[in-house]
Write a new protein. Structure first.
Length: 630
């Protein structure tokens, strides 16, 4: 009895299984048609159906739908991947196809098309509660594509999906789909507007969109194709859909980029249009290309080593000629209309017999307005005229300024401190001697004096010209603090008119002219020199910065001067004069903050008007010789 009963039971089970399989086939015929309708006529509708199958499927069929939905995503057999329109469960099961129609009427469509109960079973779940899930389905899609390797493991849980593909041949024969088009319009009128052209060739239309869409995804994300190898295995069961399913793998990648596409799946072309942004990602690499410029600054670092040479560059400047014949000229009539002064050069140079005209910017050699530049006529080899301030330039050749700082004839800058209350020979030549009187102060704890030049004594022939600064307790720019003496006699320089003092010694002409309203003059001794002199005090700020500790009752008025020599011998001496020797090489240590020139004992004189020192060359002519010459 037991054996026979077991046989009967097995028979019943086999019969039940066959009935079950037949029902499955029938439902596949009916629901599949509906699915095709959803996939072909309403991409957005199928997307909603697929979402219901995944998120809200009840009973065994609901579970299978959800599993099949994921499998379809991984195996690229769903309607969404075929048409980019969201018919996810198109080729899986009639149940899914029927359930994936828009408005949750897939069951009804399946029933209408094939008259099977599978569609009615799908009608059991209330359609209205299933509308919310579609909103949740989009987020569910992105996770499967990223972990593409795990999904292949999902097919084992349900072995029934493999069997439906065996029954997938019925979908290729959808003569019924011609009847299904009326139903999709009921579900969603907007999609049918785009779908009508597709119903006549439902099988051919899907391939064309994939063909156009695949290229962009391939360019956008090459990684998905790497994860797509699993899909090639499913195409083997059904040979008809392999081509669409093969091209469909790329579309899954666009959904992750935009989570809302399930409904506007027909607008899948825009996602490819969005794929160019990944192409725009290459520009970030371009910033690294801009990184090469930073290396270029290091290339600019070599110049710093070249900075030291500039300190030695002054020697490269050509020193002024010791025998200056720039002033060898005589005045001629000025230009009538403009009044520009002119001069006829008599110097033995390339400018001989040339007539030079002052520029229009400075038409006069001695402008009445001392605030203006004057015309400088140069009849030397330069043979030119130029506009210059008639004031000492403390950075120019032959300058003597500040705590005595010199710029020699070789262009080198150096300091010579001397000592307060002493006199030193600045220039000593056969026919010229210039001495300087130093004033200064020595703060407590210092080993040397702060010194400045307070007076100059210019000795030539039998004459002496003294230019000095008055001792003043409080400085006033509008008060003349300049002292001028000629042969020990005080003279006054006019403040108006020509504003100059002139004398002819019979051998030379001496001219002293104001170059500013107060405290600034230019002295010219024909054939010897020209010197610009300015009287200036030690300012309060300067006193604080350098800690001079100047007494409050003394402004320490001193001279700023600049010399221009016309004729010096090759053996000229003096603190400044020796720098004009041909081939002179400075012994000053360069590259330090304050290069010092020594030799105080060699150039110190007994007094301001004494021409005597260890290296002095100047000797005054005796009175007898002067009388004989006369």
């Amino acid at each position: 009895m037991n054996t026979s009963s077991r046989r009967w039971l097995w028979c019943i089970l086999v019969v039940a299984l066959l009935l079950f399989i037949s029902l499955e086939a029938a439902s596949a015929d009916g629901g599949g048609g509906g699915g095709n309708n959803g996939g072909d006529h309403g991409g957005g509708n199928d997307g909603k159906g697929g979402g219901q199958g995944q998120g809200n499927g009840k009973g065994n069929q609901g579970d299978n739908n959800s599993n099949d939905g994921r499998n379809n995503d991984n195996n690229n057999n769903n309607g969404q991947n075929n048409d980019h329109n969201g018919g996810e469960n198109n080729d899986n099961n009639g149940r899914n196809g029927g359930a994936n129609n828009n408005d949750n009427h897939g069951g009804q469509n399946g029933g209408d098309n094939n008259g099977h109960d599978g569609g009615n079973k799908n009608m059991q779940p209330p359609p209205s509660p299933f509308h919310p899930p579609p909103t949740q389905t989009p987020p569910s899609y992105p996770p499967p594509p990223s972990p593409s390797p795990p999904p292949p493991t999902s097919p084992p849980p349900s072995k029934s999906p493999p069997t439906p593909p065996l029954s997938s041949p019925p979908p290729p024969s959808p003569p019924p789909p011609s009847k299904s088009p009326p139903s999709p319009p009921l579900s969603s009128p907007p999609p049918p507007l785009q779908s009508p052209p597709s119903p006549p060739p439902p099988s051919k239309s899907p391939p064309s969109p994939p063909l156009s869409s695949p290229p962009p995804p391939l360019q956008s994300t090459p990684s998905p194709p790497l994860s797509s190898p699993p899909p090639p295995s499913p195409p083997s069961p059904s040979k008809s859909p392999p081509t669409p399913s093969f091209f469909s793998p790329p579309p899954p990648s666009p959904p992750p980029q935009s989570k809302s596409p399930p409904s506007p799946s027909l607008s899948s072309p825009p996602p490819p249009l969005q794929s160019p942004p990944p192409l725009s990602s290459p520009p970030p690499p371009s910033p690294p290309l801009s990184s090469p410029p930073p290396p270029s600054p290091p290339l600019s670092s070599p110049p710093p080593p070249t900075l030291p040479p500039p300190t030695q560059s002054p020697p490269t400047l050509p020193p002024p000629p010791s025998n200056d014949n720039s002033t060898d000229y005589y005045e001629v009539s000025p230009v009538e209309r403009t009044g520009q002064e002119r001069a006829f050069c008599t110097a033995k140079s390339g400018c001989l017999s040339n007539t030079l005209t002052c520029p229009s910017e400075c038409p006069h050699r001695k402008p009445k307005d001392n605030k203006m530049k004057g015309c400088f006529i140069d009849c030397s080899s330069k043979c030119e005229t130029s506009c210059k301030w008639r004031k000492p330039q403390c950075d120019g050749y032959g300058s003597l300024c500040y705590d005595p700082r010199f710029v020699g004839g070789d262009g080198m800058m150096f300091y010579f401190h001397g000592s307060k209350g002493s006199d030193f020979a600045i220039v000593s030549d056969d026919n010229l001697q210039i001495n300087a009187h130093f004033i200064g102060t020595r703060p407590a704890g210092r080993t040397r004096d702060f010194t400045w030049v307070q007076a100059l004594s210019i000795m030539f022939d039998t004459h002496t010209l003294i230019l000095a600064a008055k001792r003043v307790s409080k400085w006033d720019d509008k008060v003349d603090s300049l002292i001028v003496k000629w042969d020990n006699q005080m003279i006054k320089i006019p403040l108006n008119g020509e504003a100059e003092w002139r004398i002819n010694t019979g051998k030379r002409i001496v001219v002293i002219e104001r170059t500013d309203d107060f405290n600034t003059v230019r002295a010219t001794i024909s054939g010897l020199l020209q010197v610009d002199v300015k009287v200036t005090p030690i300012g309060e700020q300067e006193n604080k910065v350098h800690n001079y500790q100047i007494p409050s009752d003394d402004a320490f008025a001193h001279l700023e001067t600049q010399f221009k020599f016309f004729k010096l011998s090759d053996f000229v001496e003096g603190v400044l004069g020796k720098t004009y020797q041909p081939g002179y090489e400075s012994k000053v240590k360069m590259g330090v903050a304050m290069p010092l020139m020594g030799g105080e004992p060699l150039y110190q004189t007994p007094s301001l008007n004494s021409p005597l020192c260890k290296l002095c060359r100047f000797q005054r002519p005796s009175t007898i010789s002067m009388v004989t010459s006369i």
